[in-house]
Design a protein around this ligand. Structure first.
Ligand SMILES: C[S@@+](CC[C@H](N)C(=O)[O-])C[C@H]1O[C@@H](n2cnc3c(N)ncnc32)[C@H](O)[C@@H]1O
Length: 292
């Protein structure tokens, strides 16, 4: 996967600003969270220490808490206001449960020692990090032997209509949409880690909006702002460009009822840190005799 030109300071700022609007718009994020949690159900895991990276307002953390009542959960996010809100909402939903800790930290430099968590997860956060490979390596570093790492992120086909419409105005504007990875790239990155049974999986969602501006407003409300792309072309989302975008998108991607469509491809990935790595101690070496 290529390095994204993302300014993580701005990512944190945009998500912090979106904290009050995020939950009203995060329908897809919640649906993906529900699908991601089913992966742990299949895995029949009984984790004691869980890490949730990029917890946002804490929806996935809540699903983990429901599923693993006795576990100690650490939920973290780059945006301080997200962790504050997640903590408040979590305490309201699970007042008897003190075993969830919220902290502000970066997925690329997890402030934990090696091998401390037996379930390390992340729902729809990896698309925002500058170096996805480093995030995967960090997830593996903090994973305990026998543990499972599990994540979802957006894939290459996500917002393809927005990318095409922007490119039809000026080909440089296609760079305003994040360069989401291909599922094969994600699988290859997983296979470079010392993990076992890496599995990837995809889901394609088509959402509809009254018009292109409704999509742009929703992305903003979710904190998904192009201003976090540090090498983005200038002049973004001036009124002139927005008008052009609205016209280009509405013409090319309208469906029967006059609404427009937007594609979101979700990638899921999971891998195990095998408890007993293969050793060859009990294999009797075969002696080959070279006869004369
Ligand atoms: C789509 S939201 C996550 C939703 C959440 N996981 C859920 O299921 O409800 C993405 C989150 O990733 C966080 N984020 C982005 N870059 C991050 C990084 N480098 N480290 C930690 N969190 C990050 C953002 O602040 C934002 O809250």
């Amino acid at each position: 996967m290529s390095e994204h030109h993302i300014n993580s300071y701005r990512v944190g700022q945009r998500f912090s600003q979106a904290v009050t609007t995020y939950d009203n718009h995060a329908v897809l994020q919640r649906e993906v969270a529900e699908r991601l949690i089913t992966h742990v159900e299949f895995a029949r895991l009984k984790p004691k220490q869980i890490l949730d990276i990029g917890c946002g307002t804490g929806y996935f953390t809540g699903l983990l808490r429901d599923r693993f009542k006795r576990a100690h959960i650490v939920a973290l996010d780059l945006a301080g206001t997200m962790t504050e809100v997640a903590k408040k909402q979590h305490t309201r939903s699970f007042p008897w449960q003190a075993k969830t800790q919220f902290t502000t930290a970066d997925a690329l430099a997890l402030p934990f020692p090696d091998n401390g968590f037996d379930l390390v997860c992340s729902n729809l956060t990896m698309q925002w990090v500058t170096e996805p490979e480093r995030m995967l390596a960090e997830m593996r570093r903090v994973l305990a032997p026998g543990g499972l790492m599990l994540l979802s992120t957006f894939g290459r086909r996500t917002l393809s209509e927005l990318r095409q419409s922007l490119a039809s105005i000026n080909h440089e504007y296609a760079g305003l949409v994040l360069p989401f990875p291909d599922v094969t790239n994600l699988g290859n990155c997983l296979m470079e880690l010392p993990v076992e049974l890496p599995v990837t999986d995809t889901d394609l969602f088509t959402l509809t909006y009254p018009d292109a501006m409704a999509l742009v407003r929703e992305l903003k409300a979710l904190g998904a702002s192009a201003s976090a792309i540090s090498n983005r072309p200038g002049g973004l989302y001036g009124r002139g460009l927005l008008r052009q975008l609205d016209a280009a998108y509405n013409t090319a991607h309208q469906i029967e009822d006059g609404r427009v469509r937007a594609t979101f491809e979700v990638l899921y990935a999971q891998a195990w840190y095998a408890e007993a790595p293969h050793t060859y101690d009990n294999v009797i070496p075969i002696q080959v005799e070279h006869g004369g």
